[in-house]
Structure formats: structure tokens, C-alpha cells
Design a protein around this ligand. Structure first.
Ligand SMILES: NC(=O)c1ccc[n+]([C@@H]2O[C@H](COP(=O)([O-])OP(=O)(O)OC[C@H]3O[C@@H](n4cnc5c(N)ncnc54)[C@H](OP(=O)(O)O)[C@@H]3O)[C@@H](O)[C@H]2O)c1
Length: 266
């Protein structure tokens, strides 16, 4: 029996690394026709080469999520070539390691451009093709810091919280168009996200966070995400015991602020 995802056109951003790369491997091995996007062409080529010989196919479509003016044309070209886009998984994003008092406004904007505007620009451009085709599935990647503030992550947390507002609205407005919408909420996944997080100067942090190092693997994250997508979950929690912080923030806010307030950030 063929897999539900076999033959589906699945567009994945953030495909060159971490969670996105693991999802690419899963979908290509299930027989999907994957469109793999990120900015770094060399890394995309590496991912593409790794998938050769698998059941499905992969096409690299590199672009900068921050360059939203280019996105509509790219989507048009992909839709014309592939004939349809069944699933869009917005995974690409960047993090932050800088205090509010040190973070220049251009850096707040940069993080919003990549994480929020890039994601919604791609989604808005893909949406009409899905509606015309009678339906589709879209996911966006938030974070547990998209559910609460967290030291050194002001712009990151804000960009992820904004995604919840947008994608919940998308779900409500397009349920009748058969558009399934999920927001992914990862806790800790062992990827390069902290290495590549932006510091106040705009340079990369260049370090693996201690907590992140104890996180689940990207492969495990991809399996949790696919399970949630199959079940059409509105929110898909990705991670392990750290996800408890979501419940603590919701039901025991005083405890949350005490715990988060103890985090060393100077
Ligand atoms: N890892 C975690 O614990 C964790 C926790 C919560 C949320 N998340 C979220 O999960 C998603 C995936 O992150 P990850 O952990 O897999 O990190 P990662 O290994 O650093 O991967 C990030 C991906 O985003 C892409 N990207 C970044 N800036 C881009 C831009 N301007 N244009 C196009 N692509 C861009 C990168 O592509 P290039 O290499 O081409 O730049 C890369 O493929 C992110 O949205 C992140 O915020 C992760």
C-alpha cells in the first residue's frame, strides 16, 4: 500500500539543515516530490545528493526568505513546473542571542523579515494554488518561545508569537477551502539553530547551547511532525520533557516567571 504522502508535492523551507533537512529525507523516502528551499545553495546540493536513489524526487529551489519581493515569481514558476503544491512546510528560520538593550532595531527587523514576513509571503503566494486545486496542507514553525517571552530571544519570540496569530486566522478563514493548517512548536532539537543565532552585532553566536545539546534529534523531530500532520493537528508539539514549560506557563504562570527569571543572561 502506498504512503499517504507518496506522489504529493511537498515544499519544505529550511531544507538545508536540522529539522527541515530531516523532513526532506522523510518525505523523499516516502515517495513525495519534494521542493527543497533554503538560502545556501551548496548545502541544498548536499541534501539533494543525499536523497538520490530514494523513492521520491527532490528539486532544489534556493531563495532568501528575507527577500519577500522575489517570492511570488518563484512560487509561480514552481507551481507551473510541478502542476500543483499539496503541502507547504515553512521550517526555515533564525534565532537570536542578544539582550533587548543591546539589540539594534535593524536586527529586530531582520529576524521578523526571515521568520515572519518570509513565511507569510510564501504562504500567501502558495495559497491561491491550493484553493484552486481544492485544498492543501500548510505548516509554520513556531517555538516554545513563541508561547512565552524568554531572555535573549526578544525578536525571536515576537516573530514566533506573530506566526500563531497569522496561522490561526488562516485556519479559520480557509477551513471551507479544505486548507489544513498546523503550527509546529519545537522545544529543543539538536540542530545548528544556536550556532547560527544572531548576536547584537549581527554576527552568528557560534556556540551550541547546553540545553539544545540535550534535545531530541532532528530525525525524531521529523517523525513527530509527520505524525501530527497526518492527524491534522492544529498545534504539533515537538520535543521532550522541556515541553512541560508550556503547561507551567499556562497553568502556573508565577512558577514560570520564577524559573525563567533565574536563567543566566548577563
Ligand atoms: N532546534 C530547535 O531546538 C528549535 C526550537 C524551536 C524552534 N525551532 C525552529 O525550527 C526551525 C528550523 O530550525 P533548525 O533548528 O532546524 O535550525 P537550523 O539547522 O539552523 O536550520 C535553519 C534553516 O533555516 C534556513 N534559513 C535561515 N535563514 C534563511 C533565509 N534568510 N532564507 C532562507 N532560508 C533561511 C537555513 O538555510 P541556510 O542554511 O540556507 O541559511 C536552514 O535551512 C526554525 O524556524 C527554528 O526557529 C527550532
Amino acid at each position: 500500500m502506498s504512503d499517504f504522502f507518496s506522489g504529493r508535492v511537498v515544499w519544505i523551507t529550511g531544507a538545508s539543515s536540522g529539522i527541515g533537512e530531516a523532513l526532506v529525507n522523510e518525505f523523499v523516502s516516502k515517495g513525495s516530490r519534494v521542493i527543497a528551499s533554503s538560502y545556501d545553495i551548496d548545502q541544498l546540493e548536499r541534501v539533494t545528493d543525499r536523497c538520490s536513489g530514494m523513492k521520491g524526487s527532490i528539486t532544489a529551489v534556493p531563495f532568501d526568505l528575507a527577500d519577500t519581493s522575489a517570492i511570488e515569481k518563484i512560487v509561480h514558476e514552481v507551481a507551473a513546473k510541478e502542476g500543483k503544491i499539496d503541502i507547504l512546510l515553512n521550517i526555515g528560520g533564525i534565532s537570536q542571542r542578544a539582550l533587548i538593550k543591546e539589540t539594534p532595531l535593524w536586527l529586530d527587523r531582520r529576524i521578523m523579515e526571515v521568520n515572519y514576513f518570509g513565511t507569510i509571503a510564501l504562504t500567501k503566494a502558495v495559497l491561491p494554488y491550493m484553493i484552486k486545486a481544492g485544498g492543501g496542507q500548510i505548516a509554520a514553525t513556531s517555538s516554545i518561545s513563541g508561547r512565552f517571552g524568554f531572555p535573549l530571544r526578544s525578536a525571536y519570540s515576537a516573530s514566533k508569537q506573530a506566526l500563531h496569530g497569522f496561522f490561526e486566522t488562516l485556519l479559520l478563514e480557509h477551513k471551507r477551502d479544505n486548507i489544513r493548517v498546523s503550527v509546529l512548536i519545537p522545544g529543543r532539537v539538536r540542530t545548528k539553530i544556536s550556532f547560527r543565532a544572531l548576536t547584537a552585532s549581527g554576527e552568528e553566536h557560534g556556540k551550541m547551547d547546553e540545553g539544545l545539546d540535550k534535545g531530541i534529534t532532528p530525525e525524531k523531530a521529523a517523525k513527530q511532525i509527520i505524525r501530527g500532520l497526518r492527524r491534522n493537528r492544529r498545534e504539533i508539539l515537538v520535543g521532550s520533557s522541556e515541553l512541560l514549560m508550556l503547561s507551567i506557563r499556562k497553568y502556573l504562570p508565577a512558577l514560570f516567571f520564577w524559573l525563567a527569571g533565574r536563567i543566566k543572561h548577563t
